[in-house]
Design a binder for this molecule. Structure first.
Ligand code: ATP
Length: 318
């Protein structure tokens, strides 16, 4: 094959004058343990939780621009009607916070390719915030220290520090005090989103109504931590725990029926993800997850997504 030397030079010159777009990937989270304590006077619930990042993600593409903007492109199974395209978008809030902290002019064009269900209890907004912090940090070359980035993440939301770290990790406080934990497994999940979201504050309010005398200290994550360290799916299935499952099912009884159905289709255990309404099923293997997802689709749940965990937190993919 021959090659025209002039056109090679032109292409190189164009590349040099226009920095390439950068893609940051951010994973959805599930809570293997979500222990909730009694609401405090400041309105927050003390948590002891174990997060896991799973292979269902949003990709954020960042490019230089004269102004700051965000556009969301949603996968077929995602209803992005509730995602703001203006300043309320948490990705833009992340950009402004980083700009204020570093003194950088807040500019850049962000495209969010959304695969994580919105208002599904899988922290898609938090994933976008973490990825946006990383994206604008790279675009502006801020050289912010990791600890400072984690502090900004916690200001944006309780789940955002975990979205930066990924893997499997314990979260305390409001969930924002995160430490990685030993995880010996490759865990296979089926996630079934529901078209209509369930608001996190509404589920917590219902928890308060159902459990006005909840313990001050949230139920402890030790059983799940011990199970995760063994790598054995049957042990983890027994240990999975979510204090928000009862209020979520009370608000949406069909979630209980869905859990029963997935377990009848072969899953080891079904669990409401975070505050719901997404339900996740732990399976014994990849094959088990594929079979459970097929069974659920056959039962009319058109979207049943197979994903493995743990995966990395927000990271550059090209
Ligand atoms: P969590 O599990 O952390 O409670 P969630 O998965 O239930 O979160 P999200 O998808 O994170 O819910 O979004 C909650 C709300 O945040 C949305 O209904 C939307 O109004 C708002 N929001 C702002 N920015 C975004 C974004 N980039 N992606 C999704 N939602 C956003």
């Amino acid at each position: 094959m021959t090659c025209d030397q002039d056109s090679v030079v032109e292409v190189r010159a164009e590349r040099a004058s226009k920095p390439p777009a950068l893609t940051i990937r951010a994973a959805a989270k599930i809570n293997l343990h979500l222990g909730v304590g009694r609401v405090r006077e400041d309105g927050f619930h003390p948590l002891d939780t174990v997060y896991q990042a799973i292979g269902l993600h949003d990709d954020l593409v960042i490019a230089p621009a004269d102004t700051l903007s965000v556009t969301t492109i949603a996968a077929d199974h995602v209803d992005a009607a509730g995602v703001p395209d203006g300043e309320d978008n948490i990705a833009l809030r992340a950009a402004r916070l980083l700009a204020a902290h570093t003194g950088h002019e807040p500019t850049g064009r962000l495209v969010v390719r959304k695969d994580i269900p919105v208002a599904g209890g899988m922290a898609g907004g938090s994933a976008d915030a973490a990825a946006a912090l990383m994206a604008f940090d790279r675009l502006w070359d801020t050289e912010i220290a990791d600890d400072d980035l984690l502090r900004l993440a916690a200001e944006l939301g309780s789940d955002v520090p975990f979205a930066l770290i990924g893997g499997t990790a314990r979260g305390r406080g409001r969930g924002e005090v995160v430490e990685p934990v030993d995880d010996a497994g490759v865990w296979w999940w089926v996630a079934v989103p529901t078209t209509e979201g369930l608001s996190t504050p509404a589920v917590y309010r219902h928890f308060d109504v159902l459990h006005p005398d909840a313990p001050l200290e949230p139920p402890n994550a030790e059983p799940v931590l011990a199970a995760v360290a063994t790598g054995e799916p049957v042990r983890l299935a027994r240990a999975l725990h979510n204090d928000l499952q009862e209020p979520a099912i009370d608000l949406r009884p069909e979630l209980g029926t869905l859990i029963e159905r997935g377990e009848a289709e072969g899953a080891l255990r079904g669990l409401v993800s975070g505050s719901g309404p997404t339900v996740v099923f732990l399976c014994d293997s990849r094959e088990g997850a594929v079979a459970t997802a097929a069974g659920l689709r056959g039962a009319g749940h058109d979207v049943a997504l197979v994903a493995a965990g743990p995966v990395a937190g927000a990271h550059v993919v090209d």
